[in-house]
Design a protein around this ligand. Structure first.
Ligand code: ADE
Length: 225
């Protein structure tokens, strides 16, 4: 898979996409992630990517020219399955959306910024708008990092143990069960007996019951679905 990310603030994406499992996925070739600096597509001395909104009001708007020129340059090299805009006005991101995107070959993520983006960018370029939740960030870069992380970890070979993806919270509509590791007793707190029993059928049943209990207590809305 290839993911191109277009932003006026490439530094914001460096460490989220340059450490740990995502860094390993990039070096192993499971994913090719390329971050593009919008300012490289400006023509003025100040490398301006934003301007004041017509009609007045607070906040700055991402200008169309650098975005169109950057996206068109990229489109000359490959066809994108989706051109995603990160915006609080988008479809709320979830595991199902991440699963769907992980099956694509080429994604382009355009990071929204400031007050908004010129509407013509949406009209002519964007095929999918995604929000990572009902709150407002200073810009779309962290949202782009969240989406990329959730998608890349689903690619073959990125998470060592394929089994662990299937048991993730949300993959079966439930939150994940509690987990323990050594030691069997710590500060008087014991690991549940069944987990030490070696009886895999019983362990599986316990995990399912705990996942359901946790989901009922914390996220009854997931069970209702
Ligand atoms: N940009 C600002 N807030 C955002 C959000 N919640 N999701 C995606 N992009 C954003």
């Amino acid at each position: 898979m290839r993911i191109d990310i277009v932003t006026g603030f490439p530094g914001l994406l460096e460490s989220p996409l340059g450490e740990s499992m995502i860094a390993r996925a990039r070096t192993s070739g499971a994913v090719d992630i390329v971050v593009h600096d919008l300012r490289d597509y400006t023509r003025d001395r100040h490398r301006t990517i934003d301007d004041t909104p017509y009609g007045g009001g607070a906040g700055m708007i991402l200008k169309p020219e650098p975005v169109f020129e950057c996206v068109e340059r990229l489109q000359a090299e490959r066809t994108y399955d989706e051109i995603i805009l990160t915006t609080p006005a988008g479809k709320v991101f979830n595991q199902e959306l991440a699963n769907g995107l992980s099956l694509k070959d080429n994604l382009l993520i355009l990071c929204g910024h400031y007050k908004g983006v010129d509407e013509r960018i949406r009209q002519a370029l964007v095929t999918l708008e995604i929000s990572i939740g009902d709150y407002v960030l200073t810009g779309g870069e962290l949202a782009a990092a969240v989406i990329t992380d959730a998608v890349v970890r689903l690619l073959p070979g990125v998470v060592g143990d394929g089994e662990s993806l299937l048991t993730d919270s949300f993959q079966d509509g439930l939150l994940d069960c509690p987990y323990y590791t050594r030691p069997p007793e710590y500060r008087g707190m014991k690991v549940p007996e069944v987990l030490l029993s070696g009886d895999h059928r019983k362990i599986e049943a316990w995990r399912m019951a705990e996942a359901e209990k946790r989901t009922r207590e914390r996220r009854p809305d997931l069970l209702a679905r």
